[in-house]
Design a protein around this ligand. Structure first.
Ligand SMILES: C[S@@+](CC[C@H](N)C(=O)[O-])C[C@H]1O[C@@H](n2cnc3c(N)ncnc32)[C@H](O)[C@@H]1O
Length: 201
């Protein structure tokens, strides 16, 4: 049997603990990784692009890292907005364990790491950041994004990094059709950074 996919809820049992370096802007930190999580060998280029190019998080939050993996986005958000309540969610328990450890190590002790369903329903977000799990399939992805976008505050913004080959442009079209003003903020190497607003009521 091969390794399970990074988006599996039950990662491969065998472990291969490692470290990667996250360098973006003023941030230079070492993060723990393991087999069975996304981008275990190196912080994903799209993730680094998102962190380098998307606007910095609002200082007061609340903030969401949707599909946090081992936490490169969560750690960056917690460093840039240390007072903001931060939620880092994933369905992969190993990813959550690593994200928790990386947040603890790099000062994000106020952040909460949990399964998506464990975020209290009343919490709304001033900003959502995500390198979303495209490989779960279009229907599941759209359903997931739509649900979380309902939790944006009126003035809130979501920032998604998605490759053109993995459907960024059709996602942007679909978001607009759903009533979410959506802008392509940046584009490089086929990666688009989308800025998405709450639906106007
Ligand atoms: C492309 S990876 C990004 C991971 C991390 N944010 C990074 O940039 O390295 C997407 C993550 O979404 C997680 N995921 C998959 N389905 C999910 C769901 N329904 N809700 C939340 N996270 C999910 C996967 O386990 C994976 O860790």
């Amino acid at each position: 049997m091969g390794d399970s996919h990074y988006f599996s809820t039950v990662p491969a049992k065998r472990r291969r603990v490692g470290t990667v370096e996250l360098r973006v802007g003023d941030l230079d930190v070492e993060l723990s990784t393991d087999r069975g999580v996304f981008a275990a060998g190196e912080v994903d280029w799209g993730t680094r692009y998102l962190l380098a190019e998307a606007p910095r998080p609002p200082r007061t939050g609340p903030l969401l890292d949707l599909g946090c993996g081992y936490g490169p986005i969560a750690v960056a958000l917690s460093r840039w907005a240390p007072q903001a309540p931060l939620w880092a969610v994933d369905i992969n328990p190993r990813a959550l364990e690593l994200c928790r450890a990386n947040l603890d190590r790099h000062g994000g002790k106020a952040a909460t790491t949990c399964l998506p369903d464990e975020v209290p329903s009343e919490v709304c977000f001033a900003a959502i950041y995500s390198n979303p799990p495209i490989r779960i399939g279009k229907a599941a992805l759209y359903e997931m994004l739509a649900a979380w976008l309902e939790k944006l505050t009126e003035e809130g913004r979501a920032y998604f990094v998605v490759n053109k080959h993995l459907g960024s442009d059709s996602l942007a079209r679909w978001l607009k059709e759903q009533g979410h003003p959506t802008t392509r903020l940046r584009s490089r190497r086929g990666y688009r950074i989308l800025e998405v607003q709450a639906r106007s009521l």
